[in-house]
Every structure is written in C-alpha cells, then in structure tokens.
Write a protein that binds this ligand. Structure first.
Ligand code: ADP
Length: 457
C-alpha cells in the first residue's frame, strides 16, 4: 500500500543523510516526505527541502503537537503541488491541441487558395494583364508565407508535446548542404546576397534524419539571408573538430546585422523575435530557431550562436557521426573481444520509375520492417539505412554468424521480400552476402575503406 506521508530519519543505521533521502525519492516520488534531523545535520535537512522534501523537524527540539501538524501540512502541500502540476499539464495539453487543431484546419483553405492562384497565374482561367499578375504574385507570396507559418505552428506544437519523430539513417551531410543551398539560391539572388558552400568531400557520414537536417539547414540559411543586407554573404560549412571526434560541426555564417549578447540565449525560445529586425517584409513567427534546436537535440547534437553585432552571426550545430563501430558493437564483440570477421548481407532497393512513386517511402519502410523480422535478435543486427545515389535506397544487415548462417539469412530475406506486393509493383531489389574484416575498426574511423568501396559499388 502506498504511504500517505513518510517521516524520514536522516541517520538510519544502513544509510546516511542525502543518500537516504535520494533512495526514498526514487522509490516514492509522489509521497510527501518530512525529514527528521539531528541538531548537527540541520544543514542537510535544509538541502533535502531544496530537493523536494516538504518539511523538516529537529530531534530533541520538537514542540507539542508539532510532529502531527508538520505531517498534515506536508500532505496538504503535496496535494496542492500535484493539482497545480496537473492543471499546468492540462493547460499545456490544451494549448498544444488548440495549436495543432487550428493549424490543421488552416491548411485546407490555404491549399485551396494556393491552387487557384496558381491556376490564375498560369493563365488557365484566361489571359491576365501585367497589373493583375503583379497582384496575384503578391497573393501567391503571402499564401506561401502563411503556409510556412502554419507548418511552423504545427511543428512547434509537435515539439512541445514530444511528438516529433526522427528516422535516422546514414546521411552524406555534404549532399544535404548542397540541396539546401540550391533550394535557397533564388531567394538569395533576389536579395543580392551571395550564398557559398564550403565542405570537404571526405566529411564523414552522419547518423540522422535527412529531411529534418535539411529543415534545420534551410531555417538557418533563410535567417542568414533575411538578416543580411544587400551585397552581404551567407556561408554554409561543415567540418570535424578534434576535440569532439564523434560529431560533425555544421555552421551557417552571415555578414548581417548580428545579435545583441542579451538576445543570444533568448532567440532559441519559442515566439522570440527582435523588434528592430532589418527585414520586416518576410517575418516568421519566431519559431524557426526553436524548432531547429529541438530537431538537433533529438539527434543528440547541440546548436548555438556566436555573433558580432553589426558584423554578422554564425549559427553552429553538431550532428553525430554514423559510427559503424558503435552501431555494430553488439554483434562484433564476443566475450568482450572483437570478432575478426563479420558477414554482411546487403539489400538494395530500387524504384522502377524516376521519380519514384509517392508510396516508395512506404515500400522502403515495409522492407526495413521485414528485414527486422529476418534477423535473430542478439546475433544479427539491422543497421540504419544508407542512402545510395538518387532516390534508391540501400539497407545493410550485419550478421555475426558464419558465412553459411548469413547465406541462409540472405535467402530468407529474398523470399520474404518477393512476397511484398507493393515492392513487386513499384521496384526491384537485390540481396547479397559478403564477409567483411573488422581489422580497420578503430574508434576514430567512421567507415572503413572497404565499406566505402562497397557502398559506391
Ligand atoms: P523567425 O522565423 O521569426 O525568423 P527564428 O526563430 O528563426 O524566427 O528567429 C528568432 C529571432 O532570432 C529572429 O526574429 C531574429 O531576431 C533572430 N535571428 C535569427 N537568425 C538571425 C540572424 N542570422 N541574424 C540576426 N538575427 C537573427
């Protein structure tokens, strides 16, 4: 039965002071605790108060009825705290439901306006004169801006309720940087801001969700352009830093207005905006950096800013490397020792059409799930997917078995995949098993050369 209140003597024979309180807190976090301390450990009791105890009493200095009163008050205070916490949670939930509902509902009419303005602009409803075109272009831009705000609202409410999911794979960050720059080039040109990219081709692969990383890059580049005046420059870079060898450092630097020191910590908070921003024309909701921070944190990375007001800002974030050694560790070690050989089964998926049909992502998801059913937990392992060039997808399965075991697994995968109707309808696949030496596996190497060749084969 759950106790209503705990009276805790800090000086129990089998446990001491803070340790005693920590144990009780871990076992019964919701139960109010009143501390009983000796004359000489009162400081410890006060510390326990800061950590969540409701009250403390000093042995030998108790007035009549004080114990009874302290216990009753502790229970009442705890109940009050619980109800405050509950109502805070309810409010947060309501706010998130409201935001999510409103932004969902706004999407439908927005899509409709977008479609019909496009029809008018394309001349499908008849000729339009230059003045009408100009007005329609203004509507078109505003609708796109509204659409971006609604997306941000939805994303922020998802972030607040912990509902953002990331699907990690092996990602070439340089490809994503080039894609983001290509997508933002027109906006930079329009504003006469140079957009540069600086990335080594041998920058390691990262372990992340490509769509989400692209979102972060676009947010930062968009801000860089937005807060940089004409003839300025935005540079996107990626590098490895010796002090943190398991991460890639990505940065977006601009030569814009910069950020005052007191604002630097606040800009990652939801809804924060500087009032005197230089570009009033393309305002957001102050959610972009908040969403970016949440996305980077979900990857296990960090985001921060350095800025020289008047001369520009550099936003940086880290992303974890795709470290095969780490991912393979459960299968490449046996009794604490590294196995010297490992069988890998590679599964390649290719769509029949280019671009692939919209359901191709779903086909890949189902295939990956199927691979999960073909491996033996503890002995084999499915690695996060690796992207081959273009829309094709590659999956790796690592197996710790001998070659015969891996061949059996490959045959099983082949058979199972043949029975996937969606895959048969829209793509094809190959499955091959191959031994790989683990000799090149050292913590500093993210992808042994052999793997690199195999990947590009
Ligand atoms: P918004 O979508 O409104 O730009 P963000 O969350 O992306 O929201 O940014 C919040 C605020 O941080 C901006 O309003 C601006 O004041 C500041 N900020 C962001 N990026 C930059 C930058 N590159 N240079 C100067 N200020 C910036």
């Amino acid at each position: 039965m759950r106790p209503s209140v705990v009276l805790l003597d800090l000086n129990l024979p089998d446990s001491q002071g803070a340790e005693t309180f920590r144990k009780v807190l871990a076992k019964a976090p919701d139960v109010p605790v009143v501390i009983l301390s000796g004359q000489d450990d009162e400081a410890l009791a006060v510390k326990a108060l800061h950590q969540g105890a409701q009250d403390y009493l000093v042995k030998g200095a108790l007035a009549r009825g004080e114990l009874d009163r302290a216990m009753r008050h502790a229970m009442e205070r705890q109940a009050l705290l619980r109800s405050l916490e509950m109502s805070r949670k309810q409010q947060l939930e309501f706010k998130n439901r409201f935001l999510s509902h409103v932004s969902h509902e706004l999407r439908t009419p927005l899509t409709c306006i977008h479609q019909f303005v496009t029809i008018l602009l394309d001349g499908l409803a008849g000729e339009i004169n230059p003045e009408q075109r100009e007005h329609l272009n203004t509507v078109f831009r505003s609708v796109n801006q509204l659409g971006a705000m609604v997306r941000d609202l939805l994303e922020a409410s998802r972030a607040e309720s912990g509902k953002i999911r990331i699907e990690r794979r092996c990602v070439a960050i340089s490809d994503l940087m080039r894609a983001a720059v290509a997508m933002m080039q027109a906006i930079a040109d329009e504003k006469r801001v140079a957009l540069e990219i600086n990335v080594d081709d041998d920058i390691p692969y990262v372990h992340g969700d490509p769509d989400r990383i692209l979102e972060v890059l676009i947010n930062l580049i968009d801000n860089g352009i937005k807060f940089t005046p004409e003839n300025g420059k935005v540079t996107v870079q990626a590098a490895r830093v010796q002090a943190d060898p398991d991460f890639v450092f990505v940065s977006v630097a601009d030569t814009g207005c910069g950020i005052a020191p007191q604002a630097r910590a606040l800009i990652f908070e939801p809804l924060y905006q500087e009032s005197d921003a230089i570009d009033g024309g393309r305002k957001g909701l102050g959610l972009g950096l908040y969403i970016s921070k949440e996305l980077v944190n979900l990857h296990g990375g960090q985001v921060w800013v350095a800025s020289d007001p008047g001369n520009g800002s550099t936003f940086s974030f880290t992303l974890p490397l795709y470290l095969l050694e780490k991912l393979l560790m459960p299968v490449i070690t046996s009794d604490g020792k590294l196995r010297d050989r490992l069988m890998l089964v590679r599964v390649d998926l290719r769509p029949n059409a280019k671009p692939p049909r919209a359901s191709w992502k779903e086909v890949c998801r189902q295939s990956l799930e199927l691979l999960g059913h073909c491996v033996q937990p503890g002995r084999d392992l499915v690695l996060p997917p690796m992207a081959a060039a273009g829309p094709e997808q590659t999956f790796f399965v690592a197996a710790s078995t001998d070659s015969a075991g891996a061949e059996v697994m490959a045959a099983r995968i082949r058979e199972q995949m043949q029975s996937l109707p969606e895959l048969r309808a829209s793509g094809n696949f190959t499955v091959s098993a191959q031994p790989v030496s683990t000799a090149g596996f050292t913590p500093a190497v993210h992808l042994p050369d052999k793997w690199r060749q195999w990947r590009s084969a």
